[in-house]
Design a protein around this ligand. Structure first.
Ligand code: G6P
Length: 471
């Protein structure tokens, strides 16, 4: 029990991979969260608790790249009830504006409570006296309260990476009060956007009956909880460096050649998720071709769909829908060696992503609802020559910062068509002007600044008992 900082997230920051000799090993996940948290972990003797995926049972704590990692095990029942069920069948669609219909099942809730409890117990066991614990995301909203009951000496922060819905939607949850009380176990509850923090404070006032003032909640025991926005970002310098590298430059040229050197390349990169608006976006593009505004000799759409949550029914349905749509569009509009859409159902390492960003002329990010969307920021970070247009949904958190993108309402197909065409036809000066402004925003607010601001706000919370951990 010597850790002054404990990170608790559903996922560990590493993935299982097969090593050269065939034995299983670990590789740091491509996400930016590790990059942000690693320096804070090192400086504070930190440990990261999370699930490595799968149902392996004999996993021991281990070190990877100088990080202390503690794997949590899950049974098949946990995966079905806690992960696929309550986290991704109930909370995910509800928090994303009901893009799909959430299901409410009492057994899923019971599993969510049990798994959250196991994470809380593990954090309680590992945290040093007065340590700081930082809990992440919608899968673990009960952990702050459970942990406070076990260890009142701790300073607890919670960060929600996805949207927090308006009261009108949240209210549907049969367990709404328990979830709010779970979050109130933290000293600081962080969200992507100010509106989400306001939704939370309003719900706490209405549903739990606590007194609130601006971003503070006053609990009957004298403790205060602060709710505030900390828009997450990326390792901007790291992405730019990668994009500038010779190998990525070579790969970018190779990709364009393989596509037949069209005049302009549209790009979409998303987890294959129904919140991302992939279907409507591809339809919009195909209509631009069918209407004669674009020609497959001049333009192609490269869509990367990263496999995700494949056991959840809604995700299977989506995959089939997209497969069929891409087949139909290419069948109707493609020519020999010139498909309208180049579709890839796969995940790629950071180097390949940087090459895709570098070679693309227009990135289309059109989710119906998204907490932030880091793909949009990664693209901007990679466009060091200020060339490249961004078509961005108003309903992605990133739209609050990337105001110079071509902003679209993803429900309005004609509006998306116009924006995509405008971005396609824009002259270089216009593109450069917009990209320059967006680059300034992304490079000045990187993921290290995000982690610093959350940690320093957390260490300033007056009511907490735990010692401050300085970023
Ligand atoms: C979103 C969530 C994360 C989650 C990730 C991948 O970004 O905010 O908490 O880890 O999706 O989803 P998965 O279900 O594979 O962990």
């Amino acid at each position: 029990m010597s850790n002054n900082l404990v990170i608790v997230a559903n996922r560990l920051p590493v993935d299982r991979v097969a090593q050269a000799d065939g034995t299983p090993g670990w590789r740091v996940s491509p996400g930016g969260l590790v990059t942000a948290i690693e320096p804070v972990m090192r400086a504070n003797d930190g440990v990261w608790i999370g699930w490595p995926g799968g149902t392996e049972t004999d996993l021991q704590p281990f070190e990877h790249d100088g990080m202390s990692l503690v794997p949590m095990t899950m049974t098949q029942e946990d995966i079905q009830g806690f992960y696929e069920g309550f986290s991704n069948g109930t909370l995910w669609p509800l928090y994303h504006d009901l893009v799909a219909k959430p299901e409410f099942h009492r057994e899923w809730w019971d599993s969510y409570v049990a798994v959250n409890h196991r994470f809380a117990e593990k954090a309680a066991e590992l945290a040093a006296e007065g340590a700081t614990v930082w809990v992440h995301d919608y899968q673990l909203q009960l952990v702050p309260q459970m942990l406070r009951e076990l260890r009142p000496d701790l300073r607890i922060g919670f960060y929600l990476h996805i949207p927090f819905p308006p009261a009108e939607l949240f209210q549907q949850l049969p367990w709404r009060r328990q979830l709010l009380e779970g979050l109130l176990g933290a000293d600081l509850v962080g969200f992507q956007l100010p509106g989400a923090a306001q939704n939370f404070v309003r719900l706490v006032r209405q549903r739990v009956g606590h007194k609130t003032h601006r971003d503070l909640v006053y609990l009957p025991d004298g403790r205060t909880v602060q709710a505030a926005a900390f828009p997450i970002s990326i390792d901007a310098a790291g992405f730019e460096e990668l994009a500038r590298s010779e190998s990525v430059g070579k790969r970018a040229t190779e990709i364009r050649e393989a596509l037949g050197n069209p005049r302009k390349v549209f790009l979409g990169i998303d987890r294959l998720d129904y919140t991302k608006g992939i279907y409507a976006r591809l339809r919009a593009f195909s209509e631009l071709i069918a209407d004669g505004h674009l020609d497959v000799e001049d333009a192609v759409f490269v869509q990367v769909a990263v496999p995700s949550r494949e056991q959840v029914e809604q995700y299977r349905i989506l995959r089939d829908d997209i497969d069929r749509l891409v087949g139909r569009i290419n069948g109707d509009l493609g020519r020999i060696g010139r498909p309208a859409i180049s579709y890839l159902h796969s995940s790629y390492p950071r180097e390949e992503m940087a090459a895709l960003y570098r070679m693309a002329d227009i990135l289309a990010v059109t989710p119906y609802r998204d907490g932030m969307n880091l793909v949009a920021k990664e693209y901007v970070a990679c466009k060091y020559d200020n060339e490249g247009a961004l078509v961005l949904s108003e309903f992605a958190g990133a739209a609050d910062e990337l105001r110079q993108a071509w902003l679209v309402n993803p429900y309005d197909i004609n509006g998306m068509k116009s924006a995509m065409l405008e971005a396609y036809q824009a002259d270089e000066r216009e593109i450069t002007r917009r990209m320059k402004a967006m680059r300034k925003t992304v490079t000045q607010n990187d993921v290290a600044a995000w982690a610093d601001s959350f940690m320093s706000e957390l260490s300033d919370v007056p009511s907490s008992h735990g010692k401050a951990v300085r970023p």
